[in-house]
Design a protein around this ligand. Structure first.
Ligand code: COA
Length: 412
């Protein structure tokens, strides 16, 4: 069984140019362009978030793949800037899409997150657990930047990209993948949680990104070449078989160094970082979408995705673009899909209200209440009204198994 993939993307409208940045931090367009290749980046608006950008990218990916949200069995969102610790961004998107048969979770592997998520999803499809998986990389990095720190604030931007993976007998799909991690480099790139008692004092408990630029640069310029070579060997391919390498978009100099290491012309690497900067886990799917749009990826082409980032983490994946793409959705089908999404948003709002009404009207179930015979057979029925608590027969609290004494088993 193979998997094939088709994608979508979403970027905020607001553009922040290098000159805009030099208005409030000590930098210049010339410095940023020559050191990184970045000219401008996008910044999420007030009503945008990681989840809303991810939703737009997901809707586009489902349209392009001609797949109904209700056929999706798994949604994974790779992100470091989730709207909440929980609920997951994936669950929010699942509800808004009306993907009522999908499991959903967020995946944290920093800028490598999208490659990790693709591998998890493709393995689920291959194993037969799900037929269709939706993989999203979505970020609002501008919300975790210290806008007074010129070392970092010039590098990042916001956006989202998504890919639909589907079981198929048509040739094409994920051929091989290598994933890696080296926790000894954890300090090089970090976004601490404000509530962590051991957060570094220099961060003052804020959720702001910190980075050792030179350390990351050294790691990144080596790891792209190494991991691309490793995944190609695993897939039985040579570098000359590959039509396009879609790297994480961090710095043009890092991409140039990787091209030199792999001894391929730099135009074999796709680059759009001049317009979006580093959008972390969203950068690879956005680049993939633009590469397809620009005709840089054609049916049956071999493509390599390669990411690196905080953790430290890295990952590379060899794909063969499908020979046959799904038929395009017609105008009427697209309109029906838009109406469906509007209905799903309203359904989701009503269900949120229903959760509240249930608690007010029905209260909470008494602890230890057993399911009644037949309940399992109708799990989707609404809970029935129960007797008021004071009329119920008091229950003996269940005995807990003996646990360890306080402090037992700790190695101080
Ligand atoms: N504008 C102007 N000057 C800046 C600046 C900015 N935005 N940022 C840093 N500088 C200054 C530094 O303060 C330093 O000044 P000093 O010599 O007086 O101390 C000087 O420029 C050189 O700094 P340096 O860190 O050596 O620059 P660099 O050539 O290594 O480039 C990065 C810096 C951040 C662009 C580069 O290290 C890099 O791209 N690293 C990888 C970062 C990355 O991709 N992270 C995400 C990975 S997922």
């Amino acid at each position: 069984m193979r998997t094939w993939s088709v994608g979508g993307m979403a970027i905020p409208e607001r553009v922040l140019s290098n000159d805009d940045l030099s208005g409030f931090v000590d930098t210049s367009d010339e410095w940023i362009r020559t050191r990184t290749g970045i000219r401008e980046r996008r910044m999420a608006g007030e009503r945008e978030s990681t989840a809303t950008l991810g939703l737009r990218a997901a809707q586009m990916a489902l349209d392009v793949a001609n797949v109904s949200p209700q056929d999706v069995g798994l949604i994974i969102v790779a992100t470091s800037t989730a709207d909440y610790v929980f609920p997951s961004t994936a669950s929010l998107i699942q509800g808004w899409l009306g993907a009522t048969h999908a499991g959903a979770f967020d995946l944290s592997a920093a800028c490598t997150g999208f490659v990790y998520a693709m591998e998890m999803a493709s393995q689920s499809v291959r194993a037969g657990g799900v037929d269709v998986a939706l993989v999203i990389g979505a970020e609002t990095m501008t919300r975790v930047l210290d806008w007074g720190d010129r070392n970092t604030c010039v590098l990042f931007g916001d956006g989202a990209g998504a890919v639909v993976l589907r079981a198929s007998d048509v040739p094409g799909g994920v051929l091989s993948c290598v994933l890696g991690s080296d926790g000894s480099g954890a300090d090089l790139l970090a976004i601490p949680n404000g509530y962590k008692p051991h957060a570094h004092p220099s961060v003052n408990g804020a959720h702001k990104l910190s980075m050792d630029g030179r350390g990351v640069y050294r790691f990144a310029s080596r790891i792209i070449g190494d991991s691309v070579a490793e995944t190609l060997a695993k897939a039985g391919l040579r570098i000359d078989d590959v039509s396009l390498i879609v790297p994480h978009q961090a710095n043009q100099r890092i991409i140039d160094a990787a091209a030199r290491q792999l001894k391929v012309p730099v135009d074999r690497f796709f680059s759009n970082l001049d317009r979006y900067g580093n959008t972390s886990a969203a950068s690879i799917p956005i680049a993939l979408c633009e590469a397809v749009d620009q005709g840089r990826i054609r049916p049956s082409d071999y493509v390599v995705l390669v990411g690196f980032g905080g953790g430290l983490t890295w990952g590379a994946m060899a794909l063969q673009w499908p020979e046959e793409l799904p038929p395009e959705m017609g105008e009427w089908s697209l309109r029906r899909r838009r109406v469906f999404y509007t209905l799903m948003r309203w359904r989701e709002r009503l269900l949120r209200l229903w959760w509240r009404i249930q608690v007010i009207v029905l209260g909470t179930a008494a602890p230890g209440t057993e399911l009644e015979p037949g309940d399992a057979a109708r799990p989707r029925r609404l809970p029935r009204l129960r007797m008021p608590r004071f009329l119920q027969r008091p229950r003996e609290p269940a005995a807990l198994p003996p646990g360890p004494e306080p402090g037992e088993g700790r190695e101080d």
